[in-house]
Design a protein around this ligand. Structure first.
Ligand SMILES: [Zn+2]
Ligand SMILES: [Zn+2]
Length: 369
């Protein structure tokens, strides 16, 4: 079995790290790079309808069955209030407000100056053989980076995002549209309660009140210490409140993670050569999934979960004596871990893990010879 070709530019090149050269602010939006792909770009496969569903390579969306499409992404730094006018390659300061730039995942697209509204997802040439020009844009569900140093989740309504943050002795909820652009909190109602490490509420939820651009309530939380809050949020057009389990890591936990790249995209996956090695690799991903669940790092679950899915499919390839029911459970459990991890609901994450774990228990210790 070979390296999957889906990720041409791998994480090894530094996903999540700023590029090595600065772009003058005036040129930032139409950053003209000729025909080439930026050095720090990476490739993902996405469903056109469900863009948060990523895969390692070609395939179909488990939700709607559409063929996945190849897209090129980069990490750029933008002003929260003017996301499309300031796009920098590295950290910096918004010229108008003096606020720090925030990291954002953007899609790389190409265009010809004669018809700039027509965009391409690959480099190429325009009429007259001039190379297409490159720029970046926000895309729906293309960017799950927190804006206030908090934790960002996708709302189950599929059109909103929300971020929980601990700032100035307050728990705050910030709301975003599907493009992760800030929106006013007025249409939303929310309650929040501190929780212990197992997600058990410590007291009764209190309603958040509207403040400038956010919903908030004062809380007792010591800066730099691990803290957990469960929020119940009512979105318009949803019958019930949705649950979000925010785990804020301690400074020590964050420091231990500092070397890890931001999980904006799936890293390249090398499928081992032998069935036994594939089984061992699936068990390794199971251990990583368990460890992330223990740490409450829901949004990072998609990496080991989707790798386990890919490995389970590879284990099933080309052999008739495979534990099909177990493999199917792993694939389904992995997909649900990805979905509910993005939504930050620990109850549903736990249910998804039970499906996954049942599949794991059905795998043999040793692959048949
Ligand atoms: Zn889909
Ligand atoms: Zn999203």
């Amino acid at each position: 079995m070979s390296v999957r070709t889906g990720l041409l530019v791998a994480l090894a090149l530094g996903v999540g790290l700023p590029g090595g050269f600065a772009v003058p602010a005036a040129q930032a939006v139409q950053e003209v790079q000729g025909a080439d792909t930026p050095d720090d770009a990476y490739t993902v496969w996405l469903c056109p309808m469900h863009r948060d569903h990523q895969a390692h390579g070609e395939g179909r969306c488990p939700l709607c069955g559409m063929a996945l499409v190849r897209r090129t992404l980069v990490t750029r730094y933008v002003c929260l209030a003017q996301e499309d006018t300031v796009v920098e390659e590295g950290p910096g300061i918004c010229p108008d407000t003096g606020d720090p730039l925030v990291p954002a995942t953007r899609e790389v697209i190409w265009f010809c100056p004669s018809d700039p509204d027509r965009v391409f997802v690959e480099p190429g040439v325009c009429e007259g053989d001039a190379p297409r020009q490159m720029t970046t844009r926000v895309s729906a569900h293309g960017d799950h980076n927190a804006r206030h140093g908090g934790v960002l989740f996708m709302a189950p309504d599929g059109v909103h995002h929300l971020e929980g943050a601990l700032e100035d002795g307050a728990f705050r909820l910030y709301f975003y549209d599907s493009f992760t652009r800030p929106i006013e909190p007025e249409p939303f109602r929310a309650r929040v309660v501190p929780a212990d490490d197992n997600g058990t509420p410590l007291g009764d939820p209190v309603a958040l009140s509207a403040a400038s651009g956010t919903l908030e309530t004062p809380v007792d939380a010591v800066a730099g210490e691990r803290a957990a809050f469960t929020a119940f949020v009512r979105f318009p057009d949803r019958d019930d409140e949705d649950r979000f389990d925010f785990i804020f890591l301690s400074e020590a936990e964050k420091a231990a993670l500092a070397g890890e790249a931001a999980p904006a995209a799936l890293p390249e996956l090398r499928v081992p050569d032998t069935p036994q090695a594939i089984l061992d690799a699936i068990r390794d991903r199971d251990r990583r999934v368990q460890s992330l669940i223990e740490q409450g790092r829901w949004a990072d679950l998609f990496i080991p979960a989707l790798e386990a899915k890919e490995l389970a499919l590879a284990y099933g390839e080309g052999a008739s004596d495979r534990p099909w029911v177990a493999l199917k459970r792993i694939v389904r459990g992995a997909w649900l871990l990805d979905l509910y991890g993005d939504q930050g609901d620990r109850i549903r994450v736990g249910e998804a893990y039970e499906i996954f774990a049942e599949g794991m228990r059905g795998l043999p210790e040793r692959a048949p010879e």
